[in-house]
Ligand binder design. Structure first.
Ligand SMILES: *Cc1c(COP(=O)(O)O)cnc(C)c1O
Length: 242
């Protein structure tokens, strides 16, 4: 049975995901165009990613540096049926010694989680004469296995990173708790939204500080209802990972 799921065309799965995004946005009285879909391709081979590009996807996310770099390179030569270039988002924890590999290929980093990383990124970007949009990752659930700064530390990191010339601090990111308790998942997303508002009102960030990257296959409907501007979706588009 899962076999037939795995070979289901991406275009069909994508249509179902887009319908869910639209329905969730409408429930919240939001414009669905205000929600960007980042297709998470970890464990997905390049051929399936090409199929996704042909189906209209242009933004992809990876959580490992090696996969990010090799896929960005492999897809760069992409032509047939493709309109314009695709963007790669780094969504996983980034070690400081990998900064130089990620900077040349990433359109955005969703997982800024320390001032040291921000400083290293800024220094490397400065050398290349480039700027990079980043999101500060917040551990909104308090789960010890999660990356991200505690909610109470988010404002300080946003403020410090915003002062660095080569970083554009564009918003916040979180991974919801692994639970079927809808209330707990919602509370985590709501906390991120409230943090964004509070940090903005405190004047800790620039005008472009507006993105909320939250919601994965299991919980993106809730995330959109709570204000997500970017959802990171893997299995709902590509099928279960091997
Ligand atoms: C894997 C991953 C996702 C997507 O997860 P799915 O459940 O496959 O949709 C989103 N965000 C991050 C940080 C991930 O590592």
């Amino acid at each position: 049975m899962t076999d037939s799921l795995e070979v289901e065309p991406i275009a069909r799965r994508l249509a179902a995901v887009r319908a869910r995004i639209e329905a969730a946005a409408r429930r919240a009285g939001r414009d669905p165009a205000g929600v960007r879909l980042i297709a998470v391709t970890k464990g997905v081979p390049a051929g399936r990613i090409r199929e996704a590009v042909a189906a209209g996807l242009t933004a992809f996310g990876e959580n490992r540096v090696q996969e990010l770099v090799s896929k960005a390179r492999e897809l760069a030569g992409q032509r047939d049926g493709v309109s314009g270039p695709v963007a790669w988002h780094m969504i996983g924890h980034l070690q400081r010694n990998k900064v130089r590999h990620v900077v040349p290929v990433a359109a955005m980093l969703h997982s800024l989680d320390s001032l040291q990383l921000a400083v290293d990124l800024d220094r490397y970007l400065g050398r290349l004469g480039r700027r990079l949009p980043v999101l500060v990752e917040v551990n909104t659930s308090g789960e010890p296995t999660k990356w991200g700064v505690p909610p109470g530390d988010a404002e300080a990191l946003v403020r410090a990173a915003s002062a660095l010339p080569s970083l554009e601090v564009a918003g916040l990111m979180t991974v919801g708790p692994y639970t079927s308790d809808e209330g707990a998942v919602r509370a985590s997303f709501r906390l991120l939204r409230e943090l964004l508002t509070r940090i903005k009102e405190a004047g800790a960030a620039g005008d472009g500080f507006a993105e909320l990257s939250m919601g994965m296959s299991a919980d993106f409907d809730l995330a959109i209802e709570e204000g997500a501007t970017m959802v990171r979706i893997g299995t709902a588009i590509f099928g279960p990972r091997p």
